[in-house]
Design a protein around this ligand. Structure first.
Ligand code: BDR
Ligand code: CA
Length: 309
């Protein structure tokens, strides 16, 4: 089987952690590296969390680098408490057995692009990718595919207009959306169709493995957040959708669109405009529209069960 070379740009984040564990357990993917970005929590924490998850997966062969610590412009966002104070649900962790790679995260992405066809999975704010495009003009022409979790058609989750990853650095999103490369975007209207419930948490915890126990433990405070925020403990698997798209490309229905982002506005900074008019139907830029959650979570269960203790 030809494996897809993948680099994951992330701000872990509990749902980032699930996405990473899914990717690292999937034989369809060759994960060549993980680059952290400032987002759910500050860069020092997201880089540590990325190392924790890669170590938990037993993958010390996968380099973890730190990318950008600040968005392209002010204001710098504060740590969000959605994923706990540490970004991973505030569990106890040993020092991860995976060291931080000394290479600059953005330069590392460019290095991986130089080495062969690369798909970038971006599941945090888009700062690293915007800086990549600015630092290496024309590099977008050498990237095979960019799969992004971000944006919303109708309803944001940080403000009524804006989804977190775009809101955290709208200027970066604009640079990324304006570049001429193949983008597949998983917005909130798609990701809210993909969720785990208490049966899934019990399944992970009953696996009897460290990955299973920690996945369930990380998801528990995230489920409590969902209950406070949305009135149900179903935990939305935003970031895993970007990985799932590469594992089961027909599972998510997609539509050709044109993307734009609001960088000004009194109430609308960070809003995405997903233009679904028919003239864009054949565009290389697409958004996820529908996903079958049972099909997704059965694959997730199966893949996470492959981790040994
Ligand atoms: C996005 O924001 C973060 O909190 C999640 O990790 C996900 O990437 C969802 O809006
Ligand atoms: Ca994320």
């Amino acid at each position: 089987m030809a494996r897809t070379r993948v680099l994951i740009d992330t701000d872990p984040g509990v749902d980032d952690a699930v996405a990473l564990l899914l990717a690292l357990a999937s034989p369809e993917l060759d994960v060549v590296g993980v680059v952290a970005v400032n987002g759910n929590v500050s860069l020092d924490k997201t880089a540590l969390n990325a190392r924790r998850i890669v170590a938990l997966a037993g993958r010390d062969d996968v380099p973890v680098c730190a990318g950008c610590a600040r968005p392209l412009s002010e204001p710098v966002i504060e740590d969000s408490l959605v994923h706990g104070h540490d970004g991973l649900g505030d569990l106890e962790w040993n020092d991860p057995a995976v060291a931080l790679d000394a290479r600059d995260g953005v330069d590392f992405i460019a290095e991986m692009i130089d080495q062969g066809p690369l798909t970038i999975v971006a599941i945090g704010p888009l700062t690293n990718l915007a800086v990549l495009l600015q630092r290496y003009p024309g590099i977008e022409g050498r990237v095979e595919h960019v799969v992004i979790m971000g944006g919303a058609s109708l309803q944001g989750n940080v403000t009524p207009a804006a989804e977190f990853n775009i809101w955290a650095d709208p200027e970066a999103a604009r640079v990324v959306f304006d570049a001429n490369w193949r983008i597949t975007l998983m917005p909130l209207d798609l990701t809210h169709q993909a969720f785990l419930d208490d049966d899934d948490l019990a399944y992970f915890s009953d696996l009897g493995t460290e990955v299973g126990r920690r996945t369930a433990a990380m998801l528990e405070p995230y489920a409590q957040f969902h209950e406070r925020w949305y009135g149900t403990r179903d935990v939305i698997m935003h970031d895993a959708m970007a990985v799932y798209e590469l594992l089961d490309p027909h599972a998510i229905t997609k539509q050709g669109v044109r993307l734009a982002v609001e960088v000004g506005g009194v109430h609308s900074r960070g809003a995405t405009f997903i233009d679904r008019r028919r003239e864009h139907a054949q565009s290389e830029v697409r958004v996820g529209v529908r996903v079958d959650n049972d099909r997704f979570r059965s694959l997730l269960r199966q893949r996470l069960a492959t981790y040994a203790d």
